[in-house]
Design a protein around this ligand. Structure first.
Ligand SMILES: [Fe+2]
Ligand SMILES: [Fe+2]
Length: 234
């Protein structure tokens, strides 16, 4: 099956996001996938590896379609943000992996579409489970009070799959460009976002991915990050 068609068709499994409280995840995942593909070019990954990097990135936050609306607007310091909500964040990589494969198996049976066979590949989709691990091993298990600990805290260093580290780097850059400033406020342009990501990325995603991100042309990152949700949904 032709790769571009597969990547386009993967969006069909995202339709649930249109009706949940977290619709911007569609735009986020689409943008992260494109940044991951650019990272793969810099790292000279094979076509097959690039394809799997793209598939993992496209649906890495899959479980967020089940998140309650409060996750969109509540601040983490707000008393309404409880341990339950913290748990939704902390377990979303493992939940995304499990929900995605479970949904894909059901869709494969009901539709027979081979696209869903791809999403049943438990081995190739493992990077989804570790896209928020930190390269330096600072995690909710080892440093629960760190400002931004990794989770679930099972892996560190090069034990974290390269694809997971690529998603982590793209995720941080995209979140900053989109204005979801969970670390700093008011950062939206490329230069500030890149400065921030370089400052944190060696600890969080490691030197290989940090260096690759630096080499993606600014014009390409602008093209990706300045798209609107409407353009992506077309
Ligand atoms: Fe995530
Ligand atoms: Fe994400």
């Amino acid at each position: 099956m032709e790769i571009t068609r597969i990547l386009k068709e993967l969006s069909t499994i995202e339709e649930g996001f249109l009706y949940c409280g977290y619709p911007d995840v569609i735009l986020h995942q689409a943008n992260v996938m494109k940044i991951v593909i650019e990272t793969a070019k810099i790292l000279e990954l094979s076509e097959e590896e690039t394809f799997w990097a793209a598939v993992n990135a496209r649906l890495h936050d899959y479980s967020k379609k089940g998140w309650p609306d409060i996750m969109v607007w509540v601040q983490k310091e707000d008393p309404a943000f409880t341990e339950y909500h913290k748990g939704l964040i902390r377990y979303h990589p493992a939940a995304s992996y499990a929900f995605l494969i479970n949904d894909a198996k059901k869709r494969l049976v009901t539709t027979g579409d081979p696209v869903f066979e791809i999403l049943c590949d438990e081995e190739r989709l493992l990077p989804i489970k570790s896209h928020h691990e930190r390269y330096d091993g600072v995690s909710v298990k080892t440093h629960p009070n760190a400002h931004y600990p990794g989770y679930p805290g099972d892996l560190s260093g090069n034990d974290i799959p390269l694809i997971a580290r690529m998603i982590g780097g793209a995720d941080t850059y995209e979140a900053i460009r989109a204005g979801r400033e969970y670390r700093s406020t008011g950062i939206k342009d490329h230069e500030d976002a890149m400065e921030e990501i370089i400052a944190v990325s060696c600890n969080e995603v490691g030197p290989v991915v940090a260096s690759a991100l630096k080499h993606i042309p600014k014009s390409r990152l602008d093209e990706i990050c300045l798209r609107t949700k409407e353009e992506v949904l077309q």
